[in-house]
Design a protein around this ligand. Structure first.
Ligand code: SF4
Length: 56
């Protein structure tokens, strides 16, 4: 399953430049396109709010 950004996201922008497949979109809270995400985990490892986790 693709990674998912939860409500802890503060839209800081740290993750968006780290995703190798440009799956992350900006917004009030950021979101991940599940069709693009390769589940590499890079975004989760850099998120300072610990808001990104593998989907269920
Ligand atoms: Fe991008 Fe990897 Fe995060 Fe998926 S897990 S959104 S591919 S950085």
């Amino acid at each position: 399953m693709a990674y998912v950004i939860n409500d802890d996201c503060v839209a800081c922008g740290t993750c968006i430049d780290e995703c190798p497949v440009e799956a992350i979109s900006e917004g009030d809270k950021y979101s991940i396109d599940p069709d693009k995400c390769t589940e590499c985990g890079t975004c989760a490892s850099v998120c300072p709010s610990d808001a990104i986790h593998p989907g269920e």
